[in-house]
Design a binder for this molecule. Structure first.
Ligand SMILES: O=C(O)CCC(=O)C(=O)O
Ligand SMILES: [Fe+2]
Length: 310
């Protein structure tokens, strides 16, 4: 097995985040690796209670994550997304620069190379021990392949996937090498303890309340207005971040010419209430988000005024 070891990001390193930039050691820091605690469930609980996340390098065997990435790149290749005359495994983006989200394409996202990572015996056993009983994972899995410029915006997962038990964890798994240029996931430290955000924005259900789901598209305000320190890392295939429903996170735009591939999946106790939107129905599909058609979502700017968070 290959160990994922990474050199520390030097203090002062500049991090480009869209129109903004931040320097390591001041407004952005490196995530704390908890991989040495993997066999100490009590220590992991303490850490996630305090920090709101677990960053575990090499949680998945690197080889399995690489196989999943290659499988995904082959699917992209079949859709014309790989630059002609380049090896598919390099993941070089073709000129039309399309971001691929294999969310509903179960022939890709539920294939063996993917489930061998996110539904592996080791993964499920980890959550059984971590949560203390039999566990389930959503049928929906978010397999994301960001082209150049592709990224997400700041949100709590509660707003999208927060029905039923609150004792549910997101696992974001890097399948390719995702360094500071490739659009890494960025979290806002201590956002899991921001009571005003949690009780206002965090309490919305975008499909029930018909509210915009993205809290902010501006990384600068997360630091300057909300006082958060950002945290990220240079991720290698198989590295994961695990966090609860109330951890503000985003990704930076991919600044490279290679696909940035990750998958995010959710785990909870089987005996606790599910979020039914993300499980197969009889017709073999799930409902998902945005199922209300021809509706208007209340703008986040208006909501933020109401909440006193503008
Ligand atoms: O990969 C991304 O850019 C976003 C991931 C995300 O929102 C999640 O893991 O919950
Ligand atoms: Fe998310």
């Amino acid at each position: 097995m290959t160990l994922n070891i990474s050199k520390k990001i030097p203090i002062g390193t500049r991090f480009e985040f869209g129109q903004h930039h931040f320097h390591f050691g001041e407004e952005i820091v490196e995530l704390t690796d908890s991989s040495h605690l993997l066999n100490d469930i009590d220590a992991l609980h303490q850490r996630i209670d305090v920090d709101g996340y677990l960053f575990i390098r090499g949680f998945h065997p690197r080889e399995a994550a690489e196989k999943a990435a290659l499988w995904t790149l082959q699917a992209i290749g079949k859709n014309g997304g790989i630059k002609p005359n380049t090896p598919v495994e390099q993941g070089i983006i073709s000129d039309d620069n399309r971001t691929f989200s294999f969310f509903r394409q179960t022939e890709v996202a539920h294939a063996k190379p993917i489930l061998d990572v996110v539904d592996s015996q080791e993964t499920m056993r980890f959550y059984e021990e971590f949560l203390g009983g039999p566990v389930i994972t959503f049928d929906k899995r978010w397999l994301r392949c960001m082209a150049t410029g592709g990224h997400n915006h700041f949100h709590y997962d509660s707003v999208y996937v927060g029905r039923g038990t609150q004792n549910r964890y997101t696992m974001w798994s890097a399948l390719t090498d995702i360094n500071l240029e490739n659009g890494p996931l960025v979290i806002c430290l201590n956002s899991h303890r921001h009571n005003q955000l949690k009780s206002t924005y965090g309490a919305t259900d975008m499909d029930r309340d018909l509210t915009d789901a993205v809290f902010s598209t501006e990384p600068r305000e997360m630091v300057d207005k909300f006082g958060f320190t950002l945290a990220t890392a240079h991720f290698q295939p198989g590295d994961v971040i695990i966090f609860g429903l109330y951890m503000m996170h985003s990704s930076a735009p991919n600044r490279s010419d290679c696909y940035r591939i990750s998958i995010d999946t959710r785990y909870q106790l089987a005996c606790e209430e599910k979020d039914e939107r993300f499980y197969f129905r009889d017709d073999g599909t799930w409902l998902g988000n945005f199922y209300n058609k021809n509706v208007k979502y209340k703008p986040m700017a208006d909501l933020r005024k109401e909440w006193g968070l503008d």
